[in-house]
Write a protein that binds this ligand. Sequence first.
Ligand SMILES: Cc1cc2nc3c(=O)[nH]c(=O)nc-3n(C[C@H](O)[C@H](O)[C@H](O)COP(=O)(O)O)c2cc1C
Length: 162
Amino acid sequence: MRERIADAPGGEETEYNVYPPNLHSPYRERRFEVGEDLYRSIGIARENRPERLAQFARNFAFFDAPLALFCTVDRRMGPPQWADLGMFMQSAMLLLREEGLHSCAQECWAMYPKTIGAFLDLPDERMLFSGMAIGYEDTDAAINQWRAQRTRLDDFAEFIGI
Ligand SMILES: Cc1cc2nc3c(=O)[nH]c(=O)nc-3n(C[C@H](O)[C@H](O)[C@H](O)COP(=O)(O)O)c2cc1C
């Protein structure tokens, strides 16, 4: 991946949109804020593009985790089965917590579908959805001290009849 990133820093042609084109409000602002908070937690200023890119590239070393998953989906399946895959991944992540392990879902791997497809020898019908780094949290690392802000419940949920 180190070589691949140097050759193609912007990734390969993706097989699905990780975000919709022209991400709209309020998601655009939330995405921006979560990124700002993350880089702030490790003291990287917004204008420091090289350090931001270097931090992003740590994704492709699984943040030094010793174990990883690549999660794929049969490309003939539609949104309901993609939802199933998300549930499957979350179940795996919760089971990992039960065993004292931590994980980070990593959709960034979808930026390199050709490279990973060749590495895994994926059959044509399987599309790479996401990676997942698995290991033990480094509790001393500054990046692990912050938490993404949470939107107020009333802003995204409506309870009717109670
Ligand atoms: C499907 C999915 C893909 C993600 N992809 C990435 C990624 O590529 N790189 C990354 O650092 N975090 C990734 N994340 C992790 C989020 O950035 C965030 O750290 C994680 O969801 C925990 O924060 P939360 O408790 O606010 O959800 C992903 C999360 C999900 C659910």
